[in-house]
Design a protein around this ligand. Structure first.
Ligand code: SDX
Length: 424
C-alpha cells in the first residue's frame, strides 16, 4: 500500500500526502501527517473517513455487494451455517470438516452462563426494554470471566470470543423469558445453534417442544445476515472501546448500546412499528409523502443506508427467507407483509427515493419473519446483537492484532476564545 501521492495546497504551502491502495475498493489519502502541519481533517459522521484497514468484510455500496473474507453474503447464506460464518470471520477462512466439527462442538458446549447471572435479572423491571437488559448483562460477563480479561493475551482473546458467541443466545433467551415471567430454559447442547436458541426462547417445562426446522433454518440465516458489516456504528464503537484496552465484555456492551439506536440496529423494531402505524395499504402514499417532507422527522424505516446506494444484498436474501417462512406458515397474505411489499414497490418507483438512492436495507423484512416466528418486536434488536457478535469480536481482535493506538478524534473548535474569570 504505497507509491501514489496527493498534493494539498493551503496557505501557499504544498503538502504531499501518501495515497494507500487496498485489495479492492476506494484508495485512501493518508492524512496522518497533517497534525504536524497544524491541520486536522473535518468529517462529522465519518462519511469520507477510513478509520482503519481491515481484512474482514468488504462492501461495494454502488453494486450492492457484501463480502466476508471474500465470500459473497448470498453464497454464505445459501451454503454455510452461521457458525461456519463465525469461524470465517474469526479465522479468515471457512473451516475444514474437522475444524468445523471441533468449533461447532466447542461453541455448543459453552452455552451455559454462570448461574448468578440470573440474579442480575431480578434488578430489572419485567417490562424493561430487552436491549437495556442486554447492555447490562453483557457487561456483567466481565465480573465472571477473570480468566479471559487480559487483552494482551492471545489465548484470553480467543476464549472471550468463543464465550461471547456461545453465550449471547443464552443471554438473549434469558432476557425474553424474564420479560414474560416464564422460567428460564437452559441450553441444550444436542441442538444446533439456531435450534437451541429457539428452544431456549419458546420451550417450557410443562410440555415437550419440537424445534420447527424451517424456523431454525431461517433463524440461522438471519444470524448470518447480521454477522458483520465492516465499520458500522456499533462495530466502530467496539473498536474504539477496545483501543483503550477495555475488556472484550465491556466492548461488546458498548457495541450493544450503540446498536440500540433506531438509525442502526433499532431499525428492525422501528420497521414493524411503522408498518403497524401505516395499518392499511391506502395510507402508504401519506407516509411516503411524510418521508419526503424535510420538515417531518419521519423517515421510512428499513430504507436507506450510509454505504449501499443499491439494494442491500442482505435484504434480498431476507426477502426470500420471509417468503419461505410465511409460505410454510400459510401466511403469504400476512397484512403487514402486503403493506411492506406495496411500500417497497411505491418507494422504489418514487423519484425522491430513486434520486437519493434509497433502497430497502437488512432491517426492512427481518422483522416480518421474526414476528411470524413468534418473536416479539421488542426482541428484534436483541436478535441483531446476537447475530452481530462474531463481527464485533472479529474486529476487536483485528484491532488488537494491529496494535492500534487509542482512538481519539480531534475537532473544529467553534466555542468562546480565552477570557478572564468574570463569574459572580
Ligand atoms: C443498519 O452502517 C451499517 O452498515 C449499518 C447496518 C449494519 O449491518 O451494521 O447496515 C445496519 O443500521 C441499517 C440501517 C437501518 N436504519 C434505518 O433503516 C433507518 C432509516 N434510514 C435512515 O435513517 C438513513 O438512511 C441511515 C441512517 C440508514 C443512513 O443515514 P445517512 O447515511 O446519514 O444518510 P442521510 O441521513 O444523510 O440521508 C441522505 C438523504 C437525506 O436527504 P437530504 O438531506 O440529502 O435531502 O436521504 C434522506 C435524508 O433525509 N434519507 C431518507 C431516508 N434515509 C435517508 N429519507 C426518507 N427515509 C429514509 N429512510
Amino acid at each position: 500500500m504505497a507509491g501514489k501521492t496527493a498534493k494539498l495546497i493551503i496557505d501557499g504551502r504544498e503538502i504531499e500526502l501518501p495515497v494507500l491502495e487496498g485489495t479492492i475498493g476506494p484508495n485512501v489519502v493518508d492524512v496522518r501527517g497533517l497534525v504536524k502541519e497544524g491541520l486536522f481533517t473535518y468529517d462529522p459522521g465519518f462519511v469520507s473517513t477510513a478509520a482503519c484497514d481491515s481484512k474482514i468484510t468488504y462492501i461495494d455500496g454502488k453494486e450492492g455487494v457484501l463480502l466476508h473474507r471474500g465470500y459473497p453474503i448470498d453464497e454464505l447464506a445459501e451454503n454455510a451455517s452461521y457458525l461456519d460464518v463465525c469461524y470465517l470471520l474469526l479465522y479468515g477462512n471457512l473451516p475444514s470438516a474437522e475444524k468445523k466439527k471441533e468449533f461447532d462442538n466447542m461453541i455448543m458446549h459453552h452455552t451455559m452462563v454462570h448461574e448468578q447471572m440470573k440474579s442480575f435479572l431480578d434488578g430489572f423491571r419485567r417490562d424493561a426494554h430487552p436491549m437495556a437488559v442486554m447492555v447490562g448483562l453483557s457487561g456483567a460477563f466481565a465480573s465472571f470471566y477473570h480468566d479471559s480479561l487480559d487483552v494482551t493475551n492471545e489465548r484470553h482473546r480467543e476464549v472471550a470470543a468463543h464465550r461471547l458467541i456461545s453465550k449471547m443466545p443464552t443471554l438473549a433467551a434469558m432476557v425474553y423469558k424474564y420479560s414474560i415471567g416464564q422460567p428460564i430454559v437452559y441450553p441444550r447442547n444436542d441442538l444446533d445453534y439456531a435450534g437451541n436458541f429457539l428452544h431456549m426462547m419458546f420451550s417450557t417445562p410443562c410440555e415437550p417442544y419440537e424445534v420447527n426446522p424451517v424456523f431454525a433454518k431461517a433463524m440461522d440465516r438471519i444470524f448470518t445476515l447480521h454477522a458483520d458489516h465492516e465499520q458500522n456504528a456499533s462495530t466502530s464503537t467496539v473498536r474504539l472501546a477496545g483501543s483503550t484496552g477495555a475488556n472484550p465484555f465491556a466492548c461488546i456492551a458498548a457495541g450493544i448500546a450503540a446498536l440500540w439506536g433506531p438509525a442502526h440496529g433499532g431499525a428492525n423494531e422501528a420497521v414493524l412499528s411503522m408498518l403497524e402505524e401505516i395499518g392499511d395499504e391506502s395510507r402508504i402514499e401519506e407516509f411516503i409523502s411524510r418521508a419526503k417532507d424535510k420538515n417531518d422527522p419521519f423517515r421510512l424505516m428499513g430504507f436507506g443506508h450510509r454505504v449501499y446506494k443499491n439494494y442491500d444484498p442482505r435484504a434480498k436474501v431476507m426477502k426470500k427467507t420471509c417468503d419461505e417462512v410465511l409460505a410454510q406458515l400459510g401466511m403469504h397474505d400476512d397484512p403487514l407483509l402486503k403493506i411492506a411489499q406495496k411500500l417497497e414497490k411505491v418507494a422504489l418507483e418514487d423519484e425522491y427515493f430513486i434520486e437519493k438512492k434509497l433502497y430497502p436495507n437488512v432491517d426492512f423484512y427481518s422483522g416480518i419473519i421474526l414476528r411470524a416466528m413468534g418473536i416479539p418486536v421488542s426482541m428484534f434488536t436483541v436478535i441483531f446483537a446476537v447475530g452481530r457478535t462474531p463481527g464485533w469480536i472479529a474486529h476487536w481482535k483485528e484491532m488488537l492484532d494491529q496494535n492500534s493506538r487509542i482512538s481519539r478524534p480531534r475537532q473544529l473548535y467553534t466555542g468562546p476564545t480565552k477570557r478572564p474569570y468574570d463569574g459572580l
